[in-house]
Design a protein around this ligand. Sequence first.
Ligand code: CP
Ligand code: NVA
Length: 333
Amino acid sequence: MNNSFYGRNFLTLLDFSKEEISDLLTLAAKLKAKKKANAECRPLTGKNVVLLFEKDSTRTRCAFQVGANDLGMNITYLGPTGSQMGKKETIKDTARVLGRMYDGIEYRGYKQETVEILGEYSGVPVWNGLTDKYHPTQILADFLTIIEKFGHLEGINFTYFGDARNNMGNSLMIGAAKMGINFTACAPKALWPSANLVETCKKIAAESNAIIRLTEDAMIASENADVIYTDVWVSMGEPESVWKERIETLMPYQVNQKIMENAGETAIFMHCLPAFHNKDTKIGVDIFEKFGIDAMEVTEDVFESKQSVVFDEAENRLHTIKAVMYATMREPK
Ligand code: CP
Ligand code: NVA
């Protein structure tokens, strides 16, 4: 692997070439194999990273924590409360303070601008653990999973159902365009990604021979799809008041058995998680009581089916996040 990553931020996949994304995926696969073989060597021993979370997380937080530990590093976790960040102290000042103490910074929160300011002023690598706009580390895990299942990314037909202008819709479209994956976003027009981003991705796709397609037709979108992907209909940070409208507009885009059958038996089902596929959560019960539905973006049978690879994806968060930390922190020899 080349060393072009050293000292760089990981804020959006737009900043990385096809070859670089491919290198990160290869590195993640190597780190995964090493971990399985109990052959890890803690190459970043003695370094310190801070994890800033303004929103909740299970996978991303644990992947950064375990990944940092596996690489030999120490971590500090700062949650939505308990630090001065954003309340008494500006992000720019926080960046300069943390950069004096830590060798790397992870940020999950609202504005993409916040992670960009951290990246600009801290002087150490900053990794985007999700903002309202992008979720780039998730895409690496998804792509590693697709490689494990199909052996390649180029030419894969990938269909995303749901809120296509959220962080996942945006980031998957960018990643697909970069890597030569044919990307279809299937959603009502109001939930399509911005025209600007679509245009940017179409230009990138022209180089990688990928097709970017937007449609409101679930049958056209799922036909011949290798991957059927969905995400929650209401993202973190959105008000409860949007649930009603979102459920009404997105119910025709729920991933159910009909969609999977139309895609065919070799298609896989993917979801970044957490997913609303039954009533066994607090919000699941709440939604059932208010709207009478027992699943949202994906039905229980699809989620639990053999075609579902969601827990492989979740595991791959660890290996890919570890690759990002390692690549950006490892000093070139
Ligand atoms: N997929 C994902 O980012 O999950 P968490 O919100 O649990 O980190
Ligand atoms: N779109 C979701 C992704 C969660 C990983 C959210 O932002 O809540």
